[in-house]
Design a protein around this ligand. Structure first.
Ligand SMILES: C[S@@+](CC[C@H](N)C(=O)[O-])C[C@H]1O[C@@H](n2cnc3c(N)ncnc32)[C@H](O)[C@@H]1O
Length: 319
């Protein structure tokens, strides 16, 4: 991504200027010079949009990420009109069931669907609010914020400066030494945290060593407790937390009646930790994963053995 475009992208997400300069490793003065060129950068793109060219076409022609083009195409309209323009169905009930929308995030099938993020934003935030994604993964939250006109600050331990300049590298260490977290010293604290941490996978091998999914059950739960407390202490009284989780059960080759409940981490465990750390659970929405994985031969094997997999995920909304 060219420097001008990166600056435009980060500006559009409302990331503070000093963080943009640091992230892109440029002096503030260079940033100001480039910022002056922003209206011109958007002009030609907007002129193609007003001529009626579609968003994907304009994105391809100008070499912009599609979510950034959506942020321009949908300027000045309300949330419902945004849903309509993006062909998203607004589901005003407490089960949001969608497939991933490849226009947002990296398009991997495991990522949370942009529609789920858009629903959280629609029901629990206002345009221009500041959203915080502490472990951003594919960047679907920031991308959806562009389409929904929310500002968004994202972190992840995996750094992809060229493809995902908007996700700042930040490592949540296991000891809770997070006082250096850039968002703490920012002028403004987030209105809404959307957090989908890596799921507990029983000391998973594979994947980066420092990923929290590799912790033991005890350490994983301790990590959640310390981080919930930290967010409660450092953010606004009114900051909401949309915690997206999945139950862990050791079901992989085990019939349901033989599973050891002591190995599980369930929805109720997350709720208990939230309560203990001062978060008041207000709403719970089911956001199921696709069950496609369990179809075919694998599904047949599970049926015969009495294995009960998990496809349920929850958004636990707390204040
Ligand atoms: C489940 S993914 C987030 C998915 C994201 N919501 C999406 O749909 O793409 C969890 C992310 O947490 C990050 N992560 C895990 N442990 C971390 C740590 N200790 N510090 C920072 N990031 C971490 C991983 O790199 C991964 O990208």
């Amino acid at each position: 991504m060219a420097l001008d475009l990166k600056i435009f992208h980060l500006n559009q997400l409302g990331i503070p200027q000093e963080r943009i300069a640091k992230r892109l490793d440029i002096p503030q003065k260079t940033l100001s010079n480039h910022s002056a060129k922003m209206p011109e950068l958007a002009f030609w793109l907007n002129s193609d949009l007003t001529k009626g060219f579609s968003v994907p076409l304009v994105a391809e022609k100008h070499g912009w990420p599609e979510p950034l083009v959506w942020s321009q195409a949908l300027q000045g309209i309300d949330d419902l009109s945004r849903f309509n323009s993006l062909y998203w169905d607004l589901q005003p009930w407490d089960v949001w069931d969608f497939k991933a929308d490849n226009r947002f995030g990296d398009g991997n099938p495991e990522q949370i669907s942009a529609q789920v993020i858009a629903h959280i934003l629609y029901f629990f935030s206002l345009q221009n609010d500041l959203i915080f994604d502490p472990m951003a993964g594919s960047g679907v939250c920031a991308d959806t914020c562009l389409a929904m006109n929310r500002r968004c600050w994202s972190f992840d331990m995996v750094d992809r400066p060229d493809i995902r300049p908007e996700i700042e590298p930040y490592y949540w260490d296991m000891e809770g030494n997070w006082e250096d977290m850039p968002i703490l010293s920012a002028r403004e604290k987030p209105d809404l945290i959307i957090w989908e941490p890596s799921w507990f996978e029983k000391n998973a091998r594979g994947g980066p060593e420092k990923n929290i999914s590799r912790l033991s059950k005890k350490d994983y739960l301790q990590f959640l407790e310390t981080s919930f407390l930290f967010l409660k202490k450092h953010f606004k009284n009114k900051t909401r937390l949309a915690f997206i989780n999945r139950d862990y059960r050791d079901y992989y080759d085990c019939p349901a009646y033989k599973e050891d409940p002591k190995k599980a981490i369930l929805f109720v465990d997350y709720c208990k930790i939230l309560k203990k750390t001062g978060w008041d659970v207000k709403y719970v929405v089911l956001v199921p994963l696709s069950s496609e994985l369990f179809e075919g031969e694998h599904g047949k094997y599970m049926q015969e053995k009495g294995i009960l997999a998990t496809t349920g995920r929850h958004v636990i909304m707390s204040v």
